[in-house]
Design a protein around this ligand. Structure first.
Ligand code: HAM
Length: 418
């Protein structure tokens, strides 16, 4: 093979794509029911946007960004995540967004991170993300998390549970940082080089280390929530109470800090044990400072992103990716010159009526045409051979029931049950 897809990227072939389309449609319906509207932003942005938003000392910025210069010598990066772009778009289109107190936006598309590829971890992966900009209410946190749970439950995942935590705010973060530092100091010689450098630059990030041996050393870490300031603690308690009152499965995960620096207060993840090491299928939280840090007024916000590639793996493990129905109603098979001409015209007529129709373009055997019809999962095959052209009828084969019958008009074809 002369050319193959770049390491960490893959082709999503039509069968899998059909399943993706189905579940993206269902997810989108749920988001719209919760008041979200779609936004589309460019796949590349200025490097500095991500550096400022995600944080200079995160893995994403230090090691994983696809950075390039364009012909105008601009420093650009393929987006490693969606939140920074949405906030940039929000600020750039303030005239549009300022009319509302709360803007609820969703997006769907590829993201790029130069990570070590493994199951569930790719260099080009896909997210559906949501960002609700303009409310500091803990109800927003819980509403958004409930929406995440509802999405996974409706797609068929059993026992969906949220891991939730708080990373505090500018007031209490220094206290949290010191707590982590004083705990980590004694185990520092046992930790990896990344952890050692994070100890000085960004101690919270230590908890995010992907190295198993480091994770084992973090077991006895004191809980951070007791270091929260009053405002963050009240917020955290409201979130936990609201989750409990509404019967949402959750656990408080004392080590959850997330891999991006913009979070304040609530952070959460939804995980699946069907995934192995890369077990988060959804992650997010509150980011009350980001909009201000990127040049706007202080505006609270909350969001999450679902990893579609990982979601597919989980649904596949559960056997929920098999039953995609065919999308075509008809496969038209013409035989002989006259039959082929009529088949072509019929296909055009049906498509003008917006009926999903495929034309078997090869003159030859009916069997080959029928085989193709089954492969593309058409509902009916319509055969137009010599008998049919002379007798002015179509032979229709029901590919599900295997019955065969004659039909005498295009209108009758159009109204056949799907
Ligand atoms: P994140 O946790 O970095 O958060 O990514 C969200 C989800 O994307 C992960 O839970 C995972 O399912 C998927 N994901 C991340 N990296 C990869 C990868 N290399 N391969 C496959 N899937 C991956 C964010 O991106 C935040 N922007 C979420 C957010 C929105 N927070 C607030 N608003």
């Amino acid at each position: 093979m002369k050319y193959t897809s770049a390491r960490g990227t893959r082709d999503i072939l039509p069968d899998e794509s059909g399943v993706w389309r189905k579940f993206i449609k269902r997810i989108t319906e749920i988001l719209i029911n919760f008041g979200y509207e779609e936004i589309q932003t460019p796949i590349f942005e200025q490097v500095e946007l991500f550096q400022r938003a995600v944080g200079d000392t995160t893995d994403i910025i230090e090691k994983e960004m696809y950075v390039f210069k364009d012909k105008g010598d601009r420093n650009l990066a393929l987006r490693p995540e969606g939140t920074a772009s949405i906030v940039r778009a929000y600020l750039q289109n303030m005239n549009y967004f300022q009319k509302r107190k709360l803007n609820k936006l969703f997006y769907c598309g590829p993201m790029f991170r130069y990570e070590r590829p493994q199951t569930g971890r790719y260099r080009q992966f896909h997210q559906i993300g949501v960002e609700a900009i303009g409310s500091q209410s803990p109800y927003l946190d819980v509403e958004t998390m409930i929406m995440g749970v509802q999405i996974f439950t409706e797609l068929g995942l059993p026992d969906v549970s949220i891991a939730v935590h708080s990373v505090g705010c500018d007031v209490c973060r220094p206290v949290i940082r010191e707590r982590i530092k004083s705990f980590v100091e004694s185990i520092l010689p046992n930790l990896c080089e990344d952890c050692k450098s994070r100890f000085h630059k960004n101690p919270l990030r230590i908890l995010d280390c992907k190295n198993h041996s480091c994770q084992n050393f973090f077991m006895g870490m004191p809980e951070m929530v007791s270091a929260l300031c009053k405002e963050c603690n009240d917020h955290f308690l409201s979130v936990i109470n609201c989750l409990e009152e509404n019967g949402v499965n959750h656990t408080v995960d004392n080590h959850l800090v997330r891999g991006l620096d913009y979070y304040t207060k609530t952070v959460f993840e939804i995980r699946s044990n069907l995934l192995g090491a890369q077990n988060a299928i959804c992650g997010g939280g509150r980011y009350d400072n980001l909009i201000h840090e990127l040049g706007g007024r202080k505006t609270p916000a909350f969001g999450f992103a679902i990893g579609l590639d990982r979601l597919y793996i989980v649904l596949n493990e559960l056997g929920l990716t098999k039953s995609v129905e065919g999308l075509l109603k008809f496969m038209i098979i013409g035989l002989g010159n006259k039959g082929l001409d009529q088949a072509f015209s019929l296909a055009i007529k049906l498509r003008r009526e917006n009926i999903a129709t495929e034309l078997f373009m090869k003159d030859g055997s009916i069997n080959e045409g029928l085989k193709e019809a089954l492969l593309v999962k058409a509902r009916y095959a319509v055969i137009i051979g010599e008998d049919e052209t002379e007798g002015n009828f179509f032979t229709v084969k029901d590919l599900r029931g295997k019955k065969q019958f004659k039909i005498f008009s295009v209108n009758e074809l159009i109204t056949l049950d799907n």
